[in-house]
Write a protein that binds this ligand. Structure first.
Ligand code: MLT
Length: 375
């Protein structure tokens, strides 16, 4: 009690009227004041500590839910391989502080539904291709028919300045951030009615397309009748004859066992599907800069796994499909017919949907990437 006068002997307090009893009583009041102030300080410290513990716990308990609509087998489905790799990288780098829950096989709906959830922030992440156009029409710039001659050129464009520009635009125009590009691959027509050698053979065929208008234009331009159907319903739609055909890469036709319900395959490679790896923008921006970097790195590596698994399965699938389907490779002249009809019609339409400069820029980026590979 230094400074309170309670250490001084009675009578030394400087007040003659101040008796021993008064002094003791006053000192007791001072002591009890200090005791209660001490108690408050201890309580305040405990509250502050518990808030700090809560904050630390909240930081430890981050959960990222990531959805896709492909099967839960990483060796056949590139999106699942990507999601599992992302999960392992993030969880091991954070010692489990950030948990990643993977929802495959359309558990959270088809692409459009789970992209809506990511855009709204009711889940954190998704991997999707065609349906992205419904949220971000500029995504269709990669769907221009016969844009990329091969995977190497596609990967260089996606990882280069043009791919980065499209990601930045998505961040500005939606509630989503594209963390990395994966691959759906080169798409081909299948059907149950007749072999398709040239666009004439497409006349009147009912073809299932992804939920994106650019594929509707593509099929229309070739004389077919397009029907958008979510991916989880494609097998049954073909099985029940709701549509005559569909279009997808060979490895997708293989893993989804579409050869069981489709007889003819035409290797026209009309477009190259891109997988976008998206995360809700508000969620991502709420993370620490360190966590953001960690997530970006994990997404980049996981997208490489997506591309690798897809490339491997593309290389292996054709042999398998040959046992089940009648496969036709169009001649250069036939391919030129597909290309001329589809590319012109889609580019013309796309110029009315997005900034036409983006179309010129992607064509220039492809030419540049081709030159870098000596094409
Ligand atoms: C589709 O046709 O909906 C997609 O190509 C399926 C997929 O992403 O695997």
């Amino acid at each position: 009690m230094r400074g309170s006068g309670c250490d001084a002997a009675p009578g030394q307090s400087g007040t003659n009227a101040y008796t021993h009893e008064n002094h003791e009583e006053g000192c007791e009041n001072v002591r009890s004041g200090w005791r209660s102030r001490g108690l408050w300080l201890v309580l305040a410290a405990l509250v502050a500590m518990s808030l700090l513990v809560d904050a630390a716990a909240a930081q430890r308990q981050i959960t990222i839910r990531i959805a896709h609509a492909d099967p839960p087998d990483p060796f056949v489905a590139q999106k699942h391989a990507q999601a599992l790799t992302f999960k392992a990288l993030v969880e091991s780098a954070t010692g489990g502080r950030i948990r990643v829950e993977v929802y495959p096989a359309g558990q959270l709906g088809g692409e459009r539904e789970y992209l809506e959830a990511v855009n709204l922030g009711t889940i954190e992440m998704g991997i999707a291709s065609g349906a992205m156009a419904g949220f971000f029409p500029e995504a269709m710039v990669f769907d221009i028919p016969y844009l990329f001659p091969n995977q190497a050129v596609a990967w260089r464009v996606l990882d280069g300045p043009f791919g980065q520009k499209i990601s930045k635009l998505m961040e500005q125009k939606t509630n989503m951030i594209n963390l990395a590009y994966g691959e759906v691959g080169f798409r081909h027509f299948t059907n149950n009615v007749r072999p398709i050698h040239s666009p004439q053979d497409m006349q009147g065929l009912k073809i299932r397309v992804q939920e994106t208008p650019v594929y509707v234009r593509l099929v229309q331009s070739l004389g077919g009748s397009p029907t958008p159907i979510p991916w989880p319903e494609v097998y049954s739609s073909l099985d029940q004859g709701v549509v005559d055909g569909q279009e997808n890469p060979v490895s997708t036709i293989d893993y989804a066992r579409l050869y069981e319900v489709q007889r003819y395959l035409t290797l026209d490679g009309h477009s190259y599907g891109v997988d976008f790896t998206v995360i809700n923008k508000r969620f991502f921006n709420s993370l620490s800069p360190e966590d953001q970097q960690l997530i970006r790195r994990a997404a980049f590596t996981a997208a490489r796994v997506n591309q690798g698994i897809k490339a491997l399965n593309e290389a292996l699938a054709l042999n398998k499909l040959q046992q089940h389907m009648e496969i036709y490779s169009p001649t250069p002249e036939e391919l030129a017919q597909f290309r001329t009809l589809a590319q012109q019609a889609v580019i013309e339409w796309l110029r009315t949907q997005i900034d036409p400069a983006l179309i010129d820029e992607v064509l220039a980026a492809v030419r540049e990437a081709e030159a870098s590979f000596g094409i």
